[in-house]
Design a protein around this ligand. Structure first.
Ligand code: DGL
Length: 256
């Protein structure tokens, strides 16, 4: 393994681009290969076995490309099979989970809404995370599967649609009684500004992207494969073969 090898990142589609944005900022000299599995998105309403089979195929492909580490930029895929992937492959695999811990650290008796996909919220991995915090805090689980479709269909700029959808998801809550909302799906991070508009200003909006990037940096440093000089690069691929999705991925990533 050497420091010039690329880092593989994947997601069910374009959500992981929000993670890649953070990675690029923190690790500007690294070479990234981003693989969006839009042909099989969304993962969040699929069976675990189907998601696992996709993840194995994608990891095999990324390893063939010579990656030195893999970031699963998807909470759903992580819930479905991170342990299995770590057993199967010897390279470092970084997973993601809803940043409930960060929300709980904001103070005592926090009232927290965790948004994620249906699969993330029903898996054992999240149940274990809940167990750690549910006695001390009040935690609400809110699945938001339609937000994934809005990103995949390039509808993020459709303000009316987005606000109506978010209002529908937030409707059950008395927002004046909420301390934090956790964006537990990488697609949801693209809605941060919209959430900010709809939530009282004291509500923290928390995602795990920065933490994931820091974790990757530490891991690469520990293994002595962190790339600290030269110009970095990003290659974006998508299982759909649709050039429009590559264009949309670059739009979401923003200028360099
Ligand atoms: N972006 C993914 C996540 O972080 C999953 C979205 C989906 O395909 O349902 O959970």
């Amino acid at each position: 393994m050497n420091n010039r090898q690329p880092i593989g990142i994947f997601d069910s589609g374009l959500g992981g681009i929000s993670v890649l944005k953070e990675l690029r900022l923190l690790l500007p000299h690294e070479h990234f290969i981003y693989y969006g599995d839009s042909a099989h998105a969304p993962y969040g309403i699929k069976e675990k076995a189907e998601i696992t089979a996709r993840c194995i195929e994608i990891c095999d492909y990324l390893i063939d490309q010579g990656v030195k580490a893999i970031v699963i930029a998807c909470n759903t895929a992580t819930s479905a099979c991170v342990n299995l992937l770590r057993k199967r492959y010897s390279l470092p695999i970084i997973g993601m989970e809803p940043a409930l811990k960060v929300a709980a650290e904001q103070g005592e008796h926090q009232r927290i809404i965790v948004t994620a996909t249906p699969l993330t919220l029903k898996e054992q991995k999240f149940a274990r995370l809940m167990e750690r915090f549910q006695d001390a805090h009040t935690i609400y689980r809110q699945p938001c599967p339609r937000l994934v479709e809005i990103v995949e269909h390039d509808q993020l700029d459709n303000r009316e649609l987005v606000i109506a959808q978010l209002n529908e998801y937030l409707y059950p809550y008395d927002l004046s009684q909420i301390d934090s909302i956790v964006l537990g799906c990488t697609h949801f991070v693209f809605f941060k500004d919209y959430f900010r508009e709809l939530l009282p200003s004291n509500v923290h909006i928390i995602d795990g992207n920065h933490g994931t990037a820091m974790h990757l940096m530490d891991l690469l440093r520990q293994r002595d494969v962190l790339c600290e000089e030269g110009e970095g690069s990003i290659r974006i691929e998508n299982s759909s073969g649709d050039q429009e999705l590559i264009r949309l991925s670059k739009k979401l990533l923003g200028g360099k």
